[in-house]
Ligand binder design. Sequence first.
Ligand code: PMP
Length: 357
Amino acid sequence: MYAERVKALNPYVPGEQPKDRVYIKLNANENPYPPSPKVREALSNFDYSQLRRYPDPDAAELRRAFASIVKVSPDMVYAGNGSDEILSFIFYTFFDDKLPVVLPVHTYSFYPVYASYYNIPLHKVPLEEDFSISIDKLLEPKSCGIIFANPNAPTGRFMSLEKLRELLTRYDSNKPVVVDEAYIDFGGETAVPLLKEFHNLIIIRTFSKSYSFAGARLGFVIAAADVINTFITVKNSFNHFPIDSIVQKLGIAACEDYDYYKKINAEIAETRDWFGKELEQLRYEVVPSKANFIFTKKAGLSGDEIYKGIKKKGILIRHFNYPGIEDYVRISIGTREEMNQLLDAVKNLRMKCEKGI
Ligand code: PMP
């Protein structure tokens, strides 16, 4: 009954959403704060009768609003139904089955899923010991393109713009370098200014993290205008109306209150830095992070033990059972209050571990 290709699918596994009790959710890098009050206002003012109409297929007003935030022209911006949809279009548009796409061995785990979906070979390169990305290693294999997240996931490590410029300078200017800036608003420096110099640079953004929109599904790609036109062709060959009319309105309202987001994201960055220091006091090893999460491990405890011990206390964090990072857990940054509760749970875990229970 099913097409042959379905057998080969190996889908992405998102952070769990168990329903057996109420959990503090620190496992999907969601924002602990609500969207801007302007978004709430736009939601209550939404004229429900307009739902009978199709939305603007090109989300023109929304693209204009986002373009003004990132300071590019609107024809350099395209909106998608979450950045996962944009990623799907990226893999479809740029990569084929001749040469592999190169990526770090540990980066956003949806990239290999799309590669397999479209039958695109991958070449994974190791990270440095401190989890930073080596540009020499990215440049070593023959490739049809490069993709990684910056700050990277799940490590939180940020690649400086100087390093990124070096990568772009040394790489083939006819092949795409895709930089997924899902976590850029928590302290990294955006690569947008480099778009003027490098036509092959493609930047991805999501509203799920820094704009508190994970449930609304909105993402963007920022690239040269002709690249964006190709995206529109791809979109129109798949789903003509990816952004519904409600989300278009809410997204515009969010863009109009950028100051609110600057404030809450600065607060998250501050909580992250404080929380990282607290963990270090408890002799956890903390990878320096510019994202809204922390990647950490503790000698004497496995990643799975930390994850399970914390879950018992009603707090969800993320453990990736992949070789090389199996000892680590990824902790999303919540409110101060949530992080204080997590610290209590972590201290409790330490006591158990030291008593050998
Ligand atoms: N890129 C990275 C690096 C991510 O961590 C995520 C979130 N899982 C996404 C993209 C996808 O985000 P969205 O909710 O916009 O699909």
